[in-house]
Design a protein around this ligand. Structure first.
Ligand code: BGC
Length: 344
């Protein structure tokens, strides 16, 4: 395996680098030091032809111009939405910055982890390469309590599995919910709609949402609804919803799988997180252009954002995202790429 580094422009006067981790079959993952952005994932189709299965932009300027999609980026401190203007810890209310319509906090606020330059340490290895990214988020940033030291490790291996490990320690009790906002299209980011691509999710319940996309009450059963992905089938309709994953929370397990009949590519999802947001590019309008000028069209990609459920800090019945002072936050998600030999 090998790691190559190149310049990828500037962000707010700081140099941005692109690291490419390449495995022994020629598959590769390119990560930017700005936002820890997954810029390119080249994996083979069923005929061995490499294709780029993640949306992204050619230049830093394009990433900066595209403020709202969070394409490929690491998200923090809180992936997804927090309502009510903040949350309470130990009886103290912490107001946080509402960056969505002035009423909701989305993906970490006005300046989230997606807009930070991370320090990078490449680690080449036998059978797998790693890129270790670190960041310091000061007490009070975007309203969150606690000085937070964050470490995200991307690992890419010879079997074309991409694993993301999120670690952090805070000096005060806080909440934390990190994820990655990759937009996948297994037929290539320029490969058209993902509605024919198939999905399996090991989830018996999902969150119904209100007009602000905040959950209404407790999660509800998927039975008899389009949210039932317990048997693999085409995505078919738009989604922007959080699914509660089955299995023991904190236990790293297979949580889902996607399959593209056209290319034969598969993506198997493993995580120890309690939920996943399925987002199918509902708000993309074709105006923004991805790599090579490809329009960012509605429903041309899907995100599988592993995380705590939306608005968890204000939902006492959900698994808690509270991180106690001095405790170690550690979660892990894998996107394992593969192929099926022929369409079933
Ligand atoms: C959210 C969407 C949002 C998108 C881009 C997703 O995680 O669920 O509602 O539009 O991110 O910000």
């Amino acid at each position: 395996m090998s790691i190559a580094k190149r310049a990828f422009g500037c962000y707010e006067g700081q140099a941005v680098e692109a690291y490419t981790l390449t495995n022994s079959v020629g598959a590769s993952v390119t990560i930017l030091t700005c936002g820890g952005i997954l810029n390119r994932i080249l994996v083979p189709d069923r005929n061995g032809v490499l294709g780029d299965v993640v949306c992204g932009f050619d230049t830093m300027e394009d990433y900066i111009a595209d403020a709202g999609s969070y394409t490929g980026a690491l998200i923090g401190r809180y992936g997804n939405r927090i309502g009510g203007g903040g949350f309470s810890i130990n009886g103290v209310f912490y107001p946080i910055r509402n960056n969505e319509g002035g009423v909701c906090h989305l993906h970490g606020g006005v300046v989230g982890f997606n807009r930070k330059i991370w320090a990078a340490e490449p680690q080449e290895g036998e059978g797998e390469d790693r890129l270790v990214l670190t960041l310091f988020s000061p007490d009070g940033e975007e309203g969150y309590p606690g000085n937070l030291n964050v470490k995200v490790t991307y690992t890419f291996d010879d079997a074309s599995a991409l694993t993301i490990q999120y670690e952090a320690v805070s000096d005060r009790d806080t909440v934390l919910n990190m994820t990655n906002h990759a937009y996948f299209n297994l037929n290539g980011y320029d490969g058209g709609s993902v509605m024919e691509q198939e999905l399996y999710l090991d989830a018996d319940r999902y969150d119904a949402v209100d007009e602000l996309l905040l959950p209404i009450g407790d999660p509800v059963p998927v039975d008899g609804t389009p949210f039932d992905f317990r048997t693999m089938h085409p995505i078919a309709v738009p989604f922007d919803h959080s699914f509660v994953l089955n299995g023991e929370i904190g236990c790293y397990r297979k949580a889902g799988e996607a399959y593209d009949p056209a290319s034969g590519r598969t993506l198997t999802l493993y995580t120890d997180m309690p939920a996943v947001q399925l987002y199918t590019g509902v708000f993309m309008d074709g105006a923004t252009k991805f790599k090579g000028g490809v329009p960012q069209r509605r429903l041309h990609a899907f995100c599988l954002e592993t995380q705590y459920s939306p608005n968890t800090p204000n939902r006492p019945t959900m698994p808690s995202c509270l991180l106690r002072a001095g405790e170690r936050y550690h979660t892990k998600t894998t996107f394992a790429f593969g192929v099926r030999a022929s369409a079933l």
